[in-house]
Design a binder for this molecule. Structure first.
Ligand code: SF4
Length: 505
């Protein structure tokens, strides 16, 4: 691929020494970027009609034009994605148009707004901003991230502040963003950097040694904070590059992703690598969107082969690129969730008390939602009936807390509350939720008020503390189901139910 762009020569080219073509018409005076588009437009359209992409062993679906000789079509099918590359002039023009567009159109975002200074300390602080914002942006939309980012920086303005935080605090701050492992890596990474002297690694190679920093985040930090000429490839970049080059190879395959990194690497402007990477991502996020790309305002439309193909062939669309990959089906799982509430007081109660304490269990340190708090739950192999679910919960409570519902407590209320489906990236979890209100017999301190021990990762908290904890959205949803149930249940608990010693099953 390097050969196609003139290898070192292309890498040495910057927008700083690029001379823009002369304007050729009056209209172009008001639309400066169009002047360059027009100069290259006819050449590009001609090229776009013939340039196609394939991957090895999987010929690309070529969209023939009526005028194209058959031999030419056949010859083009031999072109591999690995052989594609941006030519020198093309690189210069894309850099120039994109940066010009970015300077005028970039969104005002807090992690871009923060002034950290130009000295080394300022760069390190900027790296911290980029790191936190990029990890958050991998989770969710920009609008959602803004609030999280501002709160995070208010609490931990520097990496040293973050390194002193506990995982509980970090999880609490992260609550609702999902993929909690990434929050944990932020904390672990900050500790490692601070333990190593507090100086931020400045290159991709050094950044990759920090826990949780992958190719994408390393490229973003190194280019934006430290001006290293390295690419950044996320979904937005893949989409833009796939359309610029009309690449129809499977974008999920590792060999294709590797080639996207190469192509993006050709484009990065050595004079402004961070801005260029942000510009490419910004274009994908705001103009070259998945379903409705706004090609009429796109600064690089004259370099877009997908657009040229679409203009020549009515059945073709720019949204044909990148190729849509059928998502693998989510695994269906089922669980029984028991919201166990331990009541205070000595006597029979007349209604649900607001001051009960809720039992929370900490998940294992590895795996899904590692180290996070949740209500007691049991994963069921298959969808089961109520009796089986209650039996599974009874066994879990007995085994985990020595809590025998028949011997060590009185069941004040046990009610099936409903179901809630939580969708993870690869799992569709159906949760059967129950409320189990208990009053302990005799040994009330077995659960109540006992701090989290080292051997048993559990604790009991009142509803106020529970509401302020950093809980996953699934746990919050379950708790809101319980609260709603309690609000609706205005009548006293029937005496019959209070006298039951064992739960019905
Ligand atoms: S011309 Fe359209 S499809 Fe091509 S890069 Fe621009 S917005 Fe995307």
């Amino acid at each position: 691929m390097d050969d196609l762009i003139g290898s070192k020569a292309a890498a040495a080219i910057t927008t700083a020494n690029y001379k823009r073509p002369r304007r050729t018409s009056r209209n172009q005076t008001h639309q400066p970027q169009d002047s360059m588009k027009d100069v290259v437009g006819s050449k590009m359209e001609a090229e776009a009609a013939v340039i196609t992409t394939t991957i090895k062993k999987r010929p690309r679906r070529v969209r023939p034009t009526k005028s194209k000789p058959k031999e030419e079509e056949e010859a083009l099918k031999e072109v591999d994605m690995e052989d594609l590359g941006f030519c020198g002039n093309e690189i210069l023009e894309i850099r120039a148009f994109l940066l010009e567009w970015y300077d005028r159109n970039q969104r005002d975002l807090p992690w871009r707004r923060i002034c950290r200074g130009d000295d080394e300390d300022g760069s390190d602080r900027r790296a911290y901003d980029v790191w936190v914002s990029e990890v958050m942006l991998q989770q969710t939309r920009v609008q959602t991230v803004i609030d999280y980012f501002n709160r995070w920086m208010h609490k931990w303005p520097t990496i040293c502040h973050l390194a002193r935080a506990s995982i509980e605090e970090v999880n609490e701050m992260w609550a609702g963003l999902g993929y909690y492992r990434r929050a944990r890596y932020l904390l672990e990474g900050s500790k490692k950097i601070v333990e190593g002297g507090g100086v931020f690694p400045k290159t991709v190679a050094a950044l990759r040694k920090v826990p949780g920093i992958g190719d994408y985040t390393a490229g973003a930090i190194a280019s934006i904070a430290f001006n290293e000429t390295v690419p950044v490839v996320d979904g937005n970049v893949i989409r833009v590059v796939a359309r610029l080059k009309a690449i129809s190879a499977n974008p999920k395959e590792s060999v294709t992703i590797k080639n996207f990194w190469k192509l993006a690497g050709q484009l990065v402007d050595p004079s402004r690598p961070g801005d260029f990477n942000q510009a490419l991502m910004e274009l994908g996020a705001t103009v070259c969107t998945p379903l409705n790309p706004n090609c009429s305002v796109c600064p690089v439309s004259n370099h877009c082969h997908a657009l040229s193909l679409a203009k020549q062939n009515k059945s073709a669309q720019v949204t044909d690129y990148p190729t849509k990959v059928v998502k693998s089906k989510k695994r269906h799982e089922f669980s029984a969730v028991s919201v166990v509430e331990i009541l205070d007081g000595q006597d029979m109660i007349e209604e649900l008390q607001p001051d009960g304490r809720f039992l929370l269990v900490k998940r294992p340190d590895e795996g899904l939602l590692a180290g996070l708090w949740e209500f007691p739950s049991v994963l069921l192999g298959v969808e089961t009936d109520l009796a089986t679910r209650r039996y599974a919960i009874d066994q879990f409570l007995k085994k985990s807390f020595n809590l025998d519902l028949k011997k060590s407590c009185t069941v004040v209320l046990r009610e099936d509350i409903g179901q809630y489906i939580h969708v993870f990236s690869h799992i569709r979890l159906k949760m059967y939720v129950e409320l189990l209100v208990l009053r302990l017999k005799g040994r009330k301190n077995v659960l109540h008020g006992k701090p989290e021990s080292e051997t048993k990762a559990w604790k009991s908290v009142d509803s106020k503390a529970l509401s302020s904890m950093g809980l996953t959205s699934g746990v919050r949803k379950v708790f809101s189901m319980i609260q709603k149930f309690k609000q609706n249940k205005s009548e006293p608990i029937p005496g019959k139910a209070r006298k039951r010693k064992t739960p019905s099953s």
